[in-house]
Design a binder for this molecule. Structure first.
Ligand code: BDP
Length: 697
C-alpha cells in the first residue's frame, strides 16, 4: 500500500448487499466498435469490474443478455444508434456522455453513450466511480459534459529531470530512455488523468529550454504523445521565445521579423509531422528574466500572435502566461500583469488564451482573485492553479486545496454586475469566449506515490474534477476522493473529510493569517522568513510586503497607497478598499493598520494575529488527533506515512508560529496575549534556522 494506485484501486466492494446489487446489474460488457480508446475503455471495465465485483465479467460485441453494460457512440455501435439518443447527445458535446438505465432489445441495460470514443471512456470512469463510492446504479439518468475545453496539467519539468518547485522526486519523463522505452508509468499517468477528465499535458518547464524543439527531443515527445493518445491526453510544449536564435541560428527572435515568423511556421510544421494532434505552446515571456517580445519593443500580443499563426493551420493553441514582472521594481508588483495585458484586450488571435494565475502575486496560501478576470472580455482567459505546494509547506504539509480553488472560482468580479464570478469568466459563459481552459501546475514526480504526500493526490484529483465541473463542492470532491483512495466507511470518511476541509484555513493561520503574504524563506520558499530583506529585488523580500513597523503592519493598496484596488470593478474595489467592509482574510493585503486596530473578534490586531498563529498550530495538532484515531481503518503503510508527515507539519506549524509572532513582536512591542503558551525558542534561533538550501528550487 504505497499509494501507487492513486484513486483507481478497484478493491472488492465490502458491503455484501451492495456487492450483490452491482453484480446483478452488470453481467456483461458490450462494446461494439473498436479503436485504441475503446480498447482502453474495455480494459478499464475489465480490470475495474473484476476487482470491484470479484468476478470476471464477460465481454461481447453483441448485446445478448439482460443487465448488460453497453458502451459506445452512435457511429460505432448500432445498438446505441438504435436508441435514438441524438437529442440528449446533442447537449453533451464532443467529450461529454450519457449514462442511462434503459431497455435495449427489450432487455434491461445500462448504456454509456457519447459522441466520441473519449467521451465514452470518460463515461466508463464515471460509472466505475459510482461503484467505487457505493452509489446506486440501478436508475441512472446522467448527462455530463465538461465546463471548460482545455483541462491541462503544466509540468515544470526540466530536460535533466529536475522539477522546478517539484517535491515528489524527479520528472516522470525519462528522456534518456525515450523514444524506445515506454515506461508503464506513462500509461498509468494517462489513465489517471483520463479518469478525472484531464485532456492535456504540457511536458516541460515554463522556464523553457529550446532543445525540446529539436529533432531528437521531438522524437521522444512523439513517443509520449502516442502513448497518451488513447486516453484523450494531448501533448503541449513550452516555447522558449529565443529558440530561433538558440537552435535556429537566426540573429533575432523579433516576432515581427519575417524570418523569425517563417522559422516558427516551419518548426510547427515539423512538430505536426511527429505529432499530428499536437496541442500547441505554453509561453512564459518577459518575466523573471525569460526572453520575450518586449526585448524587441513588441507587445505580448505580437509575440503570442506569431506563435498562434504558426500552429493555427493544424488547430493548435497558444497559452500565453500573464505572470509577468520585469527588472524594474515597481511600487507594487501585483499591479503589473493587469497593466501590461488589459490594454491588449482584443488584439490576440482567436487561438490564443492568456493564462492567469489565480491571484495577482504568486500562489500564496491566500490571495484575492486576479483582477484580470473580468477585465478582458475579448480575450479568453485561462485559469492557472498550482497543485505543487510551493508556498504551502511543500510535500510534507497536508493541505487540501479545493477550498482555495473554489474561493477564487466563486469570487464575484462584478464585471457584468453581481454574479459575474471568476468561474463564469473561465468557463466562457460571461464573455462568450470561444476557447476555455484551466491549467494546474502539477505536484507529480516519480515518487512511488506520485505526489510526495499521500494527500497531495487529492489536489491532482481535485484539479481534474473542478476543471471538468467547477460547480462541484470541496466537500463532494473530498468525499469521492477519500472513498476511492481509502475506503467507504463512514467512521473514516466523515472525520477525515472534515480534516481535509479545515486544512487550508489551518495552514493560512499558521503561515499568513489576516492577509499577510510572501513572508516565507528566501528563494526556496520553505519555512518562515518574515525578516527577509535587502535582496537584489525589493519585491523578492518579505519586508516589501508586510511593511511592519512600530505603528502597524500591512500593505496599503487603497487610493492612499498603491491603489491596486482600482484594478477591480467598482463594487469589488469599494468592498476591498474600505476597512469596514474588507473581508478580514484580506485585511493586511489591502490595508495598513495599527497594532491597536480592533478586528471583528473584539481583539486588537496584535492579539488577533497571535491568536491566529496559535490557532493554526493548534489546528495541526487536531489533524494529528483525527488521523491517529483512524489507525484501525487504514492500512499500516499509508497510516504511518500520513502520521509521520503530520508530525513534521506540526513542527513546521510551530516553527512558523513562533518565528512570525516573535518577529512581528519586535515591532509591536506587545506581549503575547495571556493564555497562549510561550514560544519554543528565541527569534535569533529561528533566524539562524532558515535553511539555505532545500531541494526542488
Ligand atoms: C514562481 C516560482 C518560479 C516559477 C514562477 C512562474 O517561484 O519557480 O518559475 O512562479 O510561475 O511561483 O513562472
Amino acid at each position: 500500500e504505497d499509494g501507487y494506485r492513486l484513486w483507481q484501486r478497484y478493491d472488492l466492494v465490502k458491503d455484501a448487499k451492495k456487492l450483490k446489487e452491482y453484480q446483478g446489474r452488470v453481467q456483461q460488457v458490450v462494446i461494439e466498435g473498436s479503436s485504441p480508446t475503446l480498447t482502453v475503455a474495455k480494459q478499464e471495465l475489465q480490470q475495474g469490474l473484476q476487482g470491484l465485483l470479484g468476478k470476471n465479467i464477460g465481454n461481447s460485441n453483441m448485446l445478448k443478455q439482460a443487465n448488460s453494460l453497453l458502451v459506445g457512440t452512435p457511429q460505432n455501435s448500432p445498438a446505441i444508434a438504435a436508441l435514438n439518443l441524438n437529442q440528449q447527445l446533442g447537449s453533451v458535446g464532443k467529450e461529454g456522455y450519457l449514462i442511462l438505465t434503459t431497455t435495449v432489445n427489450r432487455k434491461k441495460a445500462t448504456v454509456i453513450a457519447a459522441n466520441s470514443d473519449v467521451g465514452a471512456l470518460y463515461g466508463v470512469f464515471h460509472f466505475l466511480r459510482l461503484i467505487q463510492t457505493h452509489q446506486p446504479v440501478d436508475q441512472l439518468n446522467i448527462s455530463n459534459a465538461p465546463k471548460t475545453q482545455h483541462r491541462i496539467l503544466n509540468h515544470w519539468d526540466n530536460l535533466d529531470r529536475t522539477v522546478e518547485r517539484g517535491y515528489a522526486g524527479f520528472s516522470l519523463w525519462d528522456w534518456h530512455k525515450l523514444p524506445d522505452y515506454i515506461d508503464d508509468r506513462y500509461l498509468e499517468y494517462a489513465r489517471a488523468n483520463a479518469s478525472i477528465g484531464i485532456n492535456g499535458t504540457v511536458l516541460t518547464n515554463v522556464n523553457a529550454n529550446a532543445l525540446i524543439l529539436t529533432k531528437p527531443y521531438l522524437e521522444k515527445v512523439k513517443a509520449l504523445a502516442d502513448a497518451f493518445r488513447p486516453y484523450g491526453l494531448k501533448v503541449y510544449l513550452t516555447a522558449r521565445f529565443s529558440a530561433p536564435i538558440e537552435i535556429g541560428g537566426l540573429k533575432t527572435a523579433d516576432p515581427l521579423d519575417a524570418q523569425v515568423q517563417a522559422w516558427w511556421k516551419t518548426k510547427a510544421e515539423e512538430i505536426y509531422t511527429y505529432i499530428p494532434d499536437f496541442g500547441g505552446f505554453l509561453v512564459k515571456a518577459n518575466s523573471e528574466g525569460q526572453p520575450g517580445p518586449q526585448n524587441y519593443k513588441r507587445t505580448h500580443a505580437d509575440g503570442a500572435n506569431m506563435l498562434a499563426d504558426a500552429v493555427a493551420p493544424k488547430g493548435g493553441i497558444v497559452m500565453w502566461r500573464a505572470f509577468v514582472y520585469d527588472n524594474e521594481v515597481p511600487e507594487d508588483r501585483i499591479k503589473q500583469a493587469y497593466n501590461e495585458f488589459k490594454h491588449l484586450d482584443g488584439q490576440f488571435r482567436k487561438n490564443v488564451m492568456v493564462q492567469v494565475k489565480n491571484g495577482p502575486l504568486d500562489f500564496q496560501p491566500r490571495e484575492p482573485f486576479h483582477p484580470l478576470f473580468g477585465a478582458m472580455p475579448q480575450t479568453p482567459l485561462m485559469m492557472e492553479f498550482q497543485l505543487t505546494q510551493e508556498y504551502l509547506g511543500q510535500a510534507t504539509n497536508l493541505v487540501y486545496q479545493a477550498p482555495l480553488y473554489k474561493e477564487v472560482l466563486d469570487a464575484d468580479t462584478h464585471a457584468k454586475g453581481a454574479g459575474s464570478t471568476v468561474a463564469k469568466v473561465v468557463d466562457g459563459t460571461l464573455h462568450n469566449y470561444q476557447l476555455t481552459g484551466m491549467a494546474g501546475v502539477t505536484n507529480i514526480g516519480n515518487d512511488r506515490n506520485w505526489t510526495g504526500h499521500m494527500f497531495g493526490q487529492s489536489n491532482w484529483y481535485t484539479f481534474g474534477r473542478l476543471a471538468w465541473d467547477h460547480t462541484l463542492t470541496s466537500e463532494a470532491i473530498a468525499d469521492e476522493w477519500l472513498r476511492m483512495t481509502f475506503n467507504n466507511e463512514e467512521k473514516f470518511v466523515s472525520p477525515v473529510k472534515e480534516m481535509m476541509l479545515q486544512s487550508r484555513e489551518t495552514l493560512v493561520n499558521y503561515m499568513t493569517p489576516l492577509g499577510l503574504h510572501h513572508i516565507m524563506g528566501w528563494s526556496h520558499h520553505y519555512g518562515p522568513g518574515p525578516w527577509v530583506d535587502k535582496k537584489h529585488r525589493a519585491d523578492w523580500t518579505a519586508v516589501y510586503y508586510h511593511r511592519a513597523s512600530a505603528e502597524g503592519i500591512g500593505f496599503d493598496r487603497t487610493a492612499s497607497g498603491s491603489n491596486a484596488i482600482a484594478q477591480y470593478f467598482p463594487p469589488v474595489a469599494q468592498k476591498f478598499g474600505n476597512l469596514a467592509t474588507c473581508p478580514e482574510e484580506f485585511l493586511l493585503w489591502f490595508h495598513r493598520v495599527s497594532w491597536d486596530y480592533k478586528v471583528k473578534s473584539g481583539r486588537n490586531l496584535w492579539d488577533e494575529l497571535c491568536h491566529r498563529y496559535y490557532a493554526g498550530a493548534e489546528g495541526v495538532k487536531q489533524m494529528q488527533q483525527t488521523w491517529n484515531a483512524q489507525e484501525a481503518n487504514v492500512d499500516p503503510e499509508r497510516f504511518r506515512h500520513v502520521k509521520t508527515f503530520l508530525s513534521i507539519q506540526e513542527k513546521e506549524a510551530r516553527w512558523w508560529r513562533d518565528a512570525c509572532v516573535l518577529y512581528f513582536q519586535s515591532f509591536s512591542k506587545r506581549p503575547i496575549p495571556a493564555g497562549l503558551p510561550k514560544t519554543d525558542n528565541t527569534l535569533e534561533y529561528y533566524r539562524k534556522l532558515e535553511p539555505k538550501f532545500v531541494p526542488g528550487i
